[in-house]
Structures are given as C-alpha cells and as structure tokens.
Design a protein around this ligand. Sequence first.
Ligand SMILES: [Zn+2]
Length: 186
Amino acid sequence: MKIIEKFMIRNDCYLAGRKITPKGIMVHSTATPGVMAGEWFARWNKSYKAGETDRQVCVHAFLDDKDIYQYLPWDHRGWHAGGKANDTHIGFEICEPAGHTYRGPEMIGYDAAMREDYFRKVFRRAAELCAYLCRLYGLSERDIITHCEGYRLGIASNHADVMHWFPKHGESMDTFRALVKQLLTE
Ligand SMILES: [Zn+2]
C-alpha cells in the first residue's frame, strides 16, 4: 500500500502541533462529489488565522480509487470529528465519485450501479488503510467507527457519513469492520 505523505503545514491544525495517542480510527466521506484525494491539499493547506480559508478543519488522510494522501502525521491531533474523538481518533476521508448532489445529508442522483467499481476500490482501500493503522498502533477492528457512530457515542458532531453511502452498495460499518478483521488475520 503506497501512501503519499504531504503534510498540510499551512493549516492551523498542523501549526497547533498537538499530539495524540491513537485509540481508534474514524472513517469519513467528503460529501463533495468528484474532488479526489490529491486535490484536497490545495483546498485545505490554508490558514484560518491568516484569513485564507473560512474553515478550521484537517484530517490525517484522504483516499480515492487511485491514491492515498497523508496530510497529517498519524499521531497529530486532527480536526475532523467536531468533538472529543479528535483527542483519540485518527480520521480519514473517502472521496466520493462525481455525478450526484446533496439535499441535506441525502445523496441525490447517485447511480450505485455506475459507481460500483469505484466504490469497491475505495471500500477495500479504506479497509487496508485501517488494517495498516491497526497494526501500527495495536488497535483492532472494534476500534474503528464512522462519523455518525461517533455522534451517537457523544464524541463527534452530527454528520451522516459514511452510513448515508455504504448501504447503497449493500455495505455497512459492520461489514467494513469484518473486512478489516479479515485483513488483520491474513
Ligand atoms: Zn465526517
């Protein structure tokens, strides 16, 4: 698994320089159709304090069907959860393919059959990244949650990802965790 390391050194999150001991992993998806992993660097490698962006956000990595970009050191405290999970969880974003829009948290015009190939690639790749991080930090598949599960646990903001998307392809966080478990036993 190739990971392209390119830290967002202009982002205030990077500049804050706080470290964590990773206790888990939070899986997100971007809700920004068609913007791929490498494109997020230019979007987010900006300083809120310097007035370059109106968002205070940063995650450890983005992945798409071709690449994984690591934008923060894994033990850096990220700004991805909107809650206490930032103190404990590595966060990464799965990029969504182009072609749909959003009404609130709902995908509109998403053609699951047409996107099945893309989805299979990112689902597998996200599980492989989780397995890699589990090995690195002595975690298991039980330590992996998604944003909406974090909200229910009271450690993240109220977002729907990734369970607004995975079920369109017959998957869930439980099937995702099962795949990570399988990868960890291989
Ligand atoms: Zn999220």
